[in-house]
Design a protein around this ligand. Structure first.
Ligand code: FES
Ligand code: FE
Length: 337
C-alpha cells in the first residue's frame, strides 16, 4: 500500500512516513449520505470517498484499475461502487465483483481498487494512506456534557498546511489580523509564557492576550489565557477560558493537499452560548478564519523553514519555535525547508 502511494508524491520528493502514516480529514460525515460518492485530495493523491448501503465509509485511490478513469464519477449500486466508464462494480473491499460486458467473467486478481484505512468519527471522515502510527486525536472535553460541539470547514488554505498550524499557534497576530474581536492594536503586548515538549506533542501554557470580544458575543473584553497542544504535525488543539469560566476549545485539523495547499477543519466545543443558533456560532468562526486567508497566502517561502536564517524569531514566537524544533526532531520532510 505504501509503495503505491509513494509513486504519487510529487516528483523528486522523498516519501515522508510521518505524514503518510498519520490520519487526515478528507470530508464531513454529513456530506456523505448513504450511497454518496465524492472526490477528495490528500498528499497529491486523488481519492474517492463513498458510503455504501451498509453505512460504512470507504476511501480509495480515485482510479479504476481497468482503464484508469476516476471512480468518483461513478455511483453506488448494491453496496458496490460502479465505475462510470464500463460499469465494473467494486465491493467495499475493493474487489471487482461485476463486469457487465461479460456476465459470468471472473475478474483477475489485479482487478482491485486501491483501498485505504478510513474512519468516520466526530462528524469527520479520516483516512490514512499508509499504516496508522497513532490513534485519532479526541476533541477536547469530549466527555463533558456541559460542552456543545460544532464542526467548521472545509476551509481552503492557500499555503502550506504547517504554516496554517503555526498561524493557529500565533497570538501576536491577533491584534492586527483580528482587531476588535481577538485582539486590539492598542494592547498588542504578549507576556512571556511557557512551552514544553512531551511524548504527545508540544504544549504552551496560559498564553495571555487582550481580546475585545473573545467569543464574538459582544460581552466585553478580557485578558484570555490560551493553552495549546500540538498533537500531530497537522493537528493542534486550543483551549481558551475567561475569568468567568466561559471556555472554548478548538481541535484544528489541517489536510495537506500538497506542499503548497491545504484544507482546514475545526471541531469547536463551547460550554456557553447554548441558546445561540449553531449557524451563528459557526459563522463567527468562519469570519475569523477568512481574516487569515490573505496573510496565509502571502508567505514566501511557502514551505516552513526548520533550519537556516530565512526568518527570525521573537519571544512571542516561542510556541512556533518549539513546534519547528519538534517537527525537525520527528524527521518531517514534507512541506519544510
Ligand atoms: Fe472503469 Fe473500465 S475504466 S470500468
Ligand atoms: Fe488568525
Amino acid at each position: 500500500m505504501v509503495g503505491a502511494v509513494d509513486r504519487r508524491f510529487a516528483a523528486g520528493i522523498e516519501p515522508d512516513l510521518i505524514v503518510l502514516n498519520d490520519w487526515h480529514v478528507v470530508a464531513l460525515s454529513d456530506d456523505l449520505p448513504v450511497g454518496g460518492v465524492i472526490s477528495a485530495r490528500l498528499l497529491e493523491t486523488n481519492l474517492v470517498v463513498w458510503r455504501g448501503d451498509d453505512g460504512r465509509v470507504q476511501v480509495w485511490h480515485d482510479r479504476c484499475p481497468h482503464r484508469s478513469v476516476r471512480l468518483s464519477g461513478g455511483k453506488v449500486v448494491n453496496n458496490a461502487l460502479v465505475c462510470p466508464y464500463h460499469g465494473l462494480a467494486y465491493s467495499p473491499e475493493g474487489r471487482c465483483v461485476n463486469v457487465p460486458a461479460h456476465p459470468g467473467y471472473v475478474p483477475p486478481p489485479q482487478a482491485c481498487a486501491q483501498t485505504f484505512m478510513a474512519q468516520d468519527r466526530y462528524g469527520l471522515i479520516y483516512v490514512c494512506l499508509g499504516e496508522p502510527a497513532h490513534e485519532l486525536p479526541t476533541p477536547g472535553e469530549w466527555d463533558d456534557r456541559s460542552f456543545r460541539r460544532y464542526i467548521n470547514g472545509p476551509y481552503a488554505i492557500p499555503t502550506n498546511g504547517l504554516r496554517a498550524i503555526e498561524n493557529f499557534l500565533d497570538v501576536a497576530h491577533l491584534a492586527f489580523i483580528h482587531p476588535g474581536v481577538l485582539g486590539d492594536a492598542a494592547q498588542p503586548d504578549i507576556p512571556d509564557y511557557r512551552v514544553d515538549v512531551s511524548d504527545d506533542g508540544v504544549h504552551a501554557y496560559d498564553v495571555k492576550v487582550w481580546q475585545p470580544d473573545p467569543y464574538g458575543n459582544g460581552a466585553g473584553g478580557a485578558y484570555i489565557g490560551y493553552d495549546y497542544w500540538v498533537m500531530r504535525p497537522f493537528t493542534a488543539y486550543l483551549r481558551k477560558e475567561d475569568p468567568d469560566g466561559k471556555c472554548k476549545t478548538i481541535l484544528f485539523h489541517v489536510t495537506p493537499l500538497s506542499e503548497t495547499e491545504a484544507i482546514g477543519w475545526m471541531i469547536l466545543s463551547l460550554n456557553f452560548a447554548h441558546d445561540t443558533p449553531a449557524t451563528e456560532v459557526k459563522a463567527h468562526q468562519d469570519r475569523i478564519f477568512s481574516q487569515d486567508t490573505d496573510t496565509l497566502a502571502s508567505h514566501d517561502p511557502v514551505r516552513l523553514p526548520l533550519v537556516g536564517s530565512a526568518e527570525f524569531h521573537l519571544p512571542s514566537d516561542r510556541t512556533s519555535m518549539v513546534y519547528r524544533t519538534w517537527l525537525k526532531r520527528l524527521g518531517l520532510t514534507y512541506g519544510v525547508l
